[in-house]
Design a binder for this molecule. Structure first.
Ligand code: MG
Length: 253
């Protein structure tokens, strides 16, 4: 009887530790597996199946206002922000899937209730296009009631500021790596999502961010040694192309 109680306590303790530890975000979804492709809807589904906390993906807006999911600012020769959606809507990804719109991504994401959507808004060449992208994307997230399921990230400080203005309750994380946690806090952001080399130079930023009540994320961490180092630094999230390997390391810790 005693033994059972101790076992239960240990199990409870272990699950508490698991809850408190670093969470896995699949970079561009989980794409490095059969039938998947970066930024495809399949990659979002596979990230969910792999048990990732979140699935990251990239969004740009077309000339006529349709946010689409694609990493580069162009796709098969078409620059997204200056191209009408009708010209690119039938383009295929590497796994044969059709180029997804954000709306399709949100519809699928809504069904996958355990997976947080890490929505990167890509820098656009024109500020006005960044601003209309923010407006349209925030409106779509609201339309689907997904406000609590979406975290925003961007390399563009303009986009981050617009997000804070348009959606004051939404968590916004800056990617570029050139701003201190204190400054991000003053700008109304939830935290940072910095390249691991920035954090190797400024390991104190993780602690500083936590003291300010902010969250910390690092990209794109595929090296096991760097994963272990970041976990030891108590980073909140790690964004990786290798979600299965990172999960395994976290289970062993
Ligand atoms: Mg991205």
């Amino acid at each position: 009887m005693k033994k059972t109680a101790i076992t239960m306590l240990l199990a409870a303790g272990m699950s508490c530790a698991a809850i408190a530890q670093t969470k896995v975000i699949a970079h561009r979804g989980y794409w490095d597996c059969e039938g998947s492709a970066q930024n495809s809807i399949t990659a979002l589904v596979k990230a969910n199946e792999a048990g990732a906390y979140g699935s990251e993906f990239d969004v740009s807006i077309t000339a006529d206002g349709i946010p689409v999911v694609n990493h580069d600012d162009d796709i098969q020769g078409y620059v997204i922000e200056t191209t009408e959606y009708s010209k690119i809507k039938n383009l295929k990804l590497k796994n044969g899937e059709t180029l997804p719109t954000l709306e399709q991504y949100l519809q699928k994401g809504k069904q996958l209730q355990n997976t947080q959507l890490i929505l990167e808004i890509k820098p656009h060449k024109k500020t006005e296009n960044e601003n209309r992208a923010v407006k349209e994307i925030v409106a779509l997230v609201r339309k689907y009631g997904m406000e609590k399921r979406v975290d925003y990230i961007s390399f563009s400080m303009n986009i981050c500021k617009e997000l804070v203005r348009e959606a004051p309750d939404a968590p916004v994380y800056y990617l570029e790596g050139d701003v201190t946690p204190k400054e991000l806090k003053e700008l109304g952001m939830a935290g940072f999502d910095y390249h691991y080399k920035v954090l190797q130079k400024h390991p104190e930023w993780i602690k500083e961010a936590h003291e300010l009540g902010m969250k910390t994320n690092s990209w794109t961490v595929d090296d096991e040694k760097v994963m272990r180092w970041l976990i030891d630094q108590k980073i909140d999230f790690i964004t990786t192309d290798k979600p299965i390997e990172l999960k395994q390391i976290l289970l062993e810790k």
